[in-house]
Design a protein around this ligand. Structure first.
Ligand SMILES: [Zn+2]
Length: 77
């Protein structure tokens, strides 16, 4: 009962709404390397290893993560 009181006070909570919106947009946490993405590649970064997928964007199947040196080869500078 007590926890509902501040909800029922009538005024919306802007901070709470903003958090919800951000949460929705970042439901799927993926990291993309911009310089590789600009080369038309998938550019997904495998965060645990720091490797990058250099397959074409929207490639079928799973990502093929390569090391930083190979990623540099396809990256746009
Ligand atoms: Zn990929």
């Amino acid at each position: 009962m007590n926890s509902q009181e501040d909800h029922a006070s009538g005024s919306p909570r802007p901070a709470g709404q903003k958090e919800t919106a951000q949460d929705l947009s970042s439901t799927h946490v993926t990291h993309v390397r911009e310089d590789v993405a600009m080369a038309g590649r998938c550019a997904n970064v495998h965060l645990p290893t720091g490797r990058t997928c250099t397959l074409p964007v929207r490639h079928p199947g799973s990502c093929n993560f390569v090391g930083p040196e190979d990623a540099e080869d396809v990256a746009v500078h």
